[in-house]
Design a protein around this ligand. Structure first.
Ligand SMILES: [Cu+2]
Length: 483
């Protein structure tokens, strides 16, 4: 752990020269109540706006509609910045479904350009994944239909078109996707959405001097990270949240394009991490900080007993060098009692490699031909299948990050499933990473082994670096699950 903390610091220091903030944080509108993304309501099939509406709904199918919009938002007083959003001007509603639900997600693209919608972290058929092959042309509708076959988790959704993912996400296309199940219902965890169960989409953003979101990466930004001069929390800077319950659950997503975020509370209090990307930890784990790379999630619970009447701040330090107020809690003078946090959350076995049929190596490098960002020496080619795996088998993927000349972190995201981390640089992962993961951070020089079970679905899925500038540059490959 110590080495990883130092690696984080090294990544921060190497980058300061590349930062030139162009906006004073005081110009941003700050201090407003935290925006809580609304839960997306089910659509009635008959009343839909779809242009493929001649298909009837399956039995008990839950139908949801998303429209990809252009819009604008005032981040700096008096300035409307052009944005993108789902069913609104920036970000999107929270999709909330239950395990075993049959869902049908209809996406209407009202933009003047193509997009896709990828359900990040979902276990689903390849054609429902929303990756670069499920292109939604301008003015058209696309549907994803699948059965929710995974445990309670905090997932998210965002565009995934080859070459334009980074910019579309940057302009605002992202939303939360929460799965509930009977087991998580039975636990003593804060679960009153918007009151003591709060989604937090954290996005480092760069604003121009005149107050607009600025997406204009140059080569150093692409390689080292497109850092910013502001942090948006659910689409606004430095929001406040009034809290009146003893326990507060935060479902945190690092929705930045390429910034690592280190989260901590300014009063030094400990946090209890309860979940990773794809599900609960076996028990709440006390942590002083949470580091999330782009696309990763963590659920944390804050125990506010003894902090009545205070204003603790959740801080986010970016590896771009800036530290931001992510959220200020206005803790009530007296708190309503919360149920004591469940001591055991879920039963998990230690991952074992006894059934592994194959180990594959993935080398993430920034030193390939021409200094390109590659995996195993190649950039993404939509017409090339890089790896073929067999349905029903278990594999170990050994991922390593090379390119020590530039202190550049990467991460590795796999579509269509949740994996387990077997080792990080030869050691068992720390307790807070011993849960289902779909994205894992690699500091320069790291080697991470993950265990993947290819269950249920055949087809073509992606693996890639989730630093979106790296992904758009082609740091991505395809694996096909064969019957
Ligand atoms: Cu990368």
């Amino acid at each position: 752990m110590q080495n990883r903390a130092i690696a984080y610091a090294a990544c921060v220091c190497g980058l300061l020269l590349f930062l030139s903030p162009v906006i004073g944080a005081q110009q941003l509108i700050t201090g407003a109540p935290l925006r809580i993304p609304p839960i997306l309501e089910e659509s009635s099939v008959a009343g839909s706006t779809t242009d493929t509406g001649n298909e009837s709904a399956a039995e008990n199918e839950r139908v949801f509609d998303l429209t990809v919009n252009e819009g604008s938002r005032e981040f700096v007083r008096g300035v409307q910045s052009p944005t993108l959003g789902y069913n609104g001007e920036y970000l999107g509603p929270t999709i909330r479904v239950r395990r075993e639900d049959n869902v049908r997600l209809r996406v209407f693209n009202s933009l003047g350009e193509a997009t896709t919608v990828h359900w990040h972290g979902a276990h689903l058929p390849a054609e429902a994944d929303g990756g670069p092959h499920q292109r939604v042309p301008a003015g058209e509708t696309w549907e994803a239909r699948f059965r929710v076959e995974q445990e309670a988790a905090t997932l998210w959704y965002h565009p995934h078109l080859k070459g334009t993912t980074a910019e579309q996400v940057y302009q605002g296309l992202a939303g939360m996707f929460i799965i509930d199940d009977e087991h998580s219902d039975s636990l003593a965890l804060p679960h009153d959405y918007g009151t003591d169960d709060i989604p937090l989409i954290l996005q480092e953003r760069r604003f121009t001097r005149d107050g607009r979101i600025d997406y204009s990466p140059r080569m150093p930004d692409i390689m080292r990270g497109y850092f910013g001069n502001a942090l948006l929390t659910n689409g606004a800077a430095e929001p406040n949240l009034e809290v009146s319950q003893e326990l507060l659950r935060l479902r945190v997503l690092n929705g930045s394009n390429s910034s690592l975020l280190r989260l901590f509370v300014d009063n030094g209090m400990k946090m209890h991490q309860i979940a990773t990307d794809g599900g609960l930890l076996s028990r709440p784990t006390e942590v002083e900080q949470v580091v999330l790379s782009p696309g990763e999630r963590a659920e944390i619970v804050l125990d506010l007993r003894g902090l009545e009447g205070t204003h603790p701040r959740l801080m986010a330090e970016s590896n771009g060098g800036n530290t931001y107020d992510a959220l200020t809690l206005q803790v009530a003078q007296s708190l309503q009692q919360s149920e004591e946090l469940s001591a055991t959350l879920v039963s998990r076995k230690t991952p074992s490699d006894t059934n592994v049929v194959r180990t594959r190596d993935f080398v993430m490098s920034s030193m390939g031909p021409g200094g390109r960002l590659t995996i195993n020496g190649r950039t993404m080619d939509m017409s090339r299948i890089d790896e073929q795996v067999k349905l029903g088998t278990t594999e170990v993927w050994r991922i390593s990050s090379r390119g020590m000349m530039m202190a550049m972190p990467h991460n590795f995201h796999v579509h269509g499933l949740q994996f387990e981390i077997l080792s990080i640089n030869g050691d068992r992962p720390p307790v807070h990473l011993r849960g289902p993961k779909d994205t894992v951070l690699l500091y320069p020089g790291d080697t991470v082994e993950i265990l993947l079970e290819f269950e249920d679905y055949t087809g073509v899925f992606m693996y890639h670096c989730h630093l979106l500038e790296h992904e758009d540059e082609g740091m991505m490959g395809q694996f096909e699950v064969l019957p």
